[in-house]
Ligand binder design. Structure first.
Ligand SMILES: [Mg+2]
Length: 285
């Protein structure tokens, strides 16, 4: 165990695929989490653009929401992008309010309902539209072998995430995300209101369904692609925050002080564009 612990410390110190934040904080967190062991640990993962690749063949950002709109008629697509143009800049600047977030998500869901979106159409091209980032399968496999549970919390769509995971042969312990409802013909007919996860309630804290996991396993490793996801896990020494450096094309936080800003909220930046550096850490638990 101590050999593994030293290997992780060395790996992080050597910046092996990572850029490192505050060395003292990082060292304290590594000590705390690694010495408590894998029995006290769980992973919290964002989905869109963390487990999936950031951009499609046209260079456009890929999300579960975008993938569904591909199957709408043109007028409905235009309405989808009108809402995106209205609310996304607020989200990217971290200025979105709860009423904005709910209006956006509900507006998009209403478009799907009014246009009788068909789930079989979505399911058919899900993997082509959202290919996995390199290292996803390896990350789930290593955690499964070590019995470290993985929780996905996403402001995307639960149905798509679950099917995507099934297609890839990976098994998250829990998926917290908006659950869409389809009738017996596979036509969109609504959503489970209580399941709505948006930018502002996208966090582990306060989610009753996760309290058993986080109660038994208080330490967590968060992996995300967005600076706004830092609050998905607690703030203490038991939470190591890792961000994949693959900013969205409209991310306003990208500038000269980008890394300084990131390191105020995250401990490690994956600079290789894949999840293999995270896999290397998990292998040592
Ligand atoms: Mg994301």
């Amino acid at each position: 165990m101590f050999d593994n612990y030293r290997a992780v410390k060395k790996m992080i110190n050597r910046d092996d695929g990572f850029l490192c934040g505050d060395a003292k904080v990082l060292s304290k967190k590594t000590d705390h989490i690694f010495l408590a062991g894998r029995e006290k640990l769980h992973l919290v993962l964002d989905f869109d653009r963390t487990l999936t690749r950031g951009k499609d063949e046209t260079g456009r950002d890929v999300t579960t929401w975008h993938v569904l709109q591909r199957h709408l008629p043109d007028a409905a697509k235009a309405e989808y992008w009108r809402l995106y143009g209205k609310y996304r800049p607020l989200e990217a600047r971290n200025m979105i309010t709860v009423p904005d977030a709910v209006a956006w998500w509900s507006g998009v869901l209403n478009i799907y309902r009014d246009n009788k979106l068909k789930w079989p159409d979505v399911a058919k091209d899900l993997m082509v539209a959202m290919p996995p980032r390199n290292g996803v399968k390896e990350l789930f496999d290593v955690c499964a072998a070590k019995k470290i549970p993985i929780v996905i919390i996403s402001a995307g769509i639960k149905n798509s995430i679950e099917l995507w995971c099934q297609n890839l042969g990976i098994n998250p312990e829990a998926v917290l995300s908006t659950n869409l409802l389809f009738d017996s013909q596979g036509i969109f007919c609504g959503w489970e209101k209580k399941s709505l996860i948006h930018a502002l309630n996208k966090k582990e804290m306060g989610q009753a369904s996760l309290s058993e996991i986080s109660g038994k396993r208080p330490n967590s490793i968060l992996v995300s692609d967005s600076i706004h996801d830092a609050g998905m896990v607690g703030n203490g020494i038991g939470s190591l925050r890792i961000i994949v450096d693959d900013a969205r094309s409209d991310d306003f936080s990208r500038g000269d002080d980008f890394f300084t800003g990131i390191f105020k909220k995250f401990d490690l930046i994956v600079r290789t564009g894949d999840l293999l550096p995270v896999v290397k850490i998990m292998e040592k638990f």
